[in-house]
Design a protein around this ligand. Structure first.
Ligand code: NDP
Ligand code: HSE
Length: 435
């Protein structure tokens, strides 16, 4: 850090000047005096690394600071803000910054979910800070909440809507009766979804965030490959209508909880669409908003809610981290280190408990329902409720909700239902959460 007798300066390097980076530049400039007062030093932007230095930029971006030499830039800063994204070149740049003693502020969930131990290890070795509030749920301070506010409590479960694009799509389907394709097209037209929407709609973005949240909540290393994922491509307008009739809504959830399997205490982390009661707090999360519900032993239920994406909201989280990292450069102190002491096992998803709603079309004849109930019973799955939701001359539609049972038992039940000649079709299988 550069200091002089009458003014202290923290040198800040920015990697990336896109949606989020350009807003960081704007807010750094507009709030320079306040940020200096809060950090205890002026935050001097010493360079902005981009891919194309000739490209058009927002008018407030100082062109003289643009460079395509990110490698040199990271070596000249006290704090490096990484807003490029991805795991390629960026991994190398972030490690170089940390090895050089610079603190790193990043919004890069993909990097942390894939290379968390390496990046945290580099920060610990050099004594630098690693902050990543923007990596999960944009402006919503859930990383701080889990890492610092709840450091004295025991978290039992985390249920999150952590992808705004998919929440927008599901909300449009639920409220306007659109199909998945129509809602996706609208999300793309409004700029929520990328031209290639895979990372969002197939759940990979949410899985990276789930891995980060679970690592923080349970003091255990969880990587993206540990998280089984089902995206929202198969959710239909009919599923939405059926959910509405049952007083539920469908949300893409990141679910992480403590579980016990045959006496072994561990955790389960998953991302999947789920039915949530319309009265549940997560059901009230509309549009592209994010929310994370945390259940902790002493604190009880906490709900973190707000804008999970967008340039300015995400820049807010980045600047909060920057002030903390800069303040440590001036006054001493450190961000909390990665906490993995609990090292809880990730239990086999097959053995983790789940409640499931199955919709089937079946022969409308005496004895059919009792045969179906027999399949549930033989597989050790307890039925909570059965509703007949329609019938015509060919068959009846029935929706069966089960009590909590293992994924494996539920899968066996669904397989047996599919093979039974009285069952014409298993229309949908959906997990139920928040009940
Ligand atoms: P953008 O794609 O808008 O911007 C990326 C920036 O990185 C561009 O300025 C680009 O340069 C620059 N860049 C790309 N490759 C390189 C490289 N090799 N060397 C130097 N610069 C490079 O990304 P976002 O701003 O949307 O996202 C940034 C990060 O923030 C990502 O990790 C993302 O996951 C995260 N995030 C984003 C949110 C959002 O709402 N957008 C929300 C929460 C987190 P050029 O401009 O020349 O192309
Ligand atoms: N694409 C993400 C979303 C934002 O839709 O929530 C960045 O993680």
């Amino acid at each position: 850090m550069s200091t002089s007798t009458d003014s202290r300066v923290v040198r800040v390097a920015l990697l990336g000047c896109g949606t989020v980076g350009s807003q960081v530049v704007r807010l750094l400039h507009e709030h320079a005096d306040d940020l200096a007062a809060r950090a205890g030093a002026r935050l001097e932007l010493v360079g902005i690394a981009v891919r194309d230095t000739a490209a058009e930029r927002a008018p407030w971006v100082p062109r003289e600071l643009l460079t395509d030499d990110a490698e040199t830039l990271v070596r000249s800063a006290d704090v490096v803000i990484e807003l490029i994204g991805g795991t390629g070149t960026v991994r190398h740049l972030v490690l170089a910054a940390l090895d050089n003693g610079a603190s790193v502020v990043t919004g890069n969930k993909a990097l942390l979910a894939a290379h968390g131990p390496e990046v945290h290890g580099a920060a610990k070795r050099s004594g630098a800070d690693l902050y990543y509030e923007a990596a999960v749920a944009g402006a919503v301070p859930v990383v701080y909440g889990l890492r610092e506010s709840l450091a004295g409590d025991n978290v039992n479960a985390v249920l999150g809507i952590v992808n705004g694009t998919t929440n927008f799509i599901l909300d449009e389907m639920a409220t306007k009766g659109l199909t998945f394709d129509e809602a996706l097209a609208e999300a793309q037209a409004l700029g929520y979804a990328e031209a290639d929407p895979t990372a969002d709609v197939d759940g990979h973005d949410a899985a990276a965030k789930a891995a980060i949240l679970a690592s923080l909540a349970f003091h255990t290393r969880v990587a993206i490959e540990d998280v089984p994922v089902t995206g929202i491509r198969d959710v239909t307008a009919e599923d939405m209508a059926e959910a509405r009739q049952a007083g539920m809504v469908i949300k893409l959830l990141a679910v992480a909880r403590r579980v016990t399997d045959n006496g072994t205490r561990g955790i389960s982390v998953r991302v999947h669409p789920a039915l949530v009661p319309a009265t549940h707090p997560l059901a009230a999360v509309h549009g592209a908003f994010n929310a994370v519900l945390v259940e902790a032993e002493a604190a009880g239920r906490l709900m973190f809610y707000g804008q999970g994406a967008g340039g300015a909201p995400t820049a807010s989280a980045v600047l909060g981290d920057l002030v903390a990292a800069a303040s440590h450069k001036v006054h001493g102190g450190n961000a909390p280190r990665e906490s993995t002491y609990a090292a809880l096992p990730l239990l086999d998803p097959e053995h983790t408990p789940a409640r499931t709603q199955v919709e089937i079309r079946l022969v409308d004849q005496p004895g059919t329902l009792s045969a179906v109930a027999g399949i549930y019973g033989r597989n050790g799955v307890s039925i909570e409720s059965v509703r007949q939701t329609g019938a015509d001359e060919n068959d009846a539609r029935v929706t069966i909700t089960s009590h909590r049972s293992t994924e494996a038992a539920l899968a066996r039940t669904v397989a047996e239902l599919s093979e039974d000649p009285r069952v014409h079709e298993v229309v949908s299988v959906m997990r139920v959460e928040g009940v």
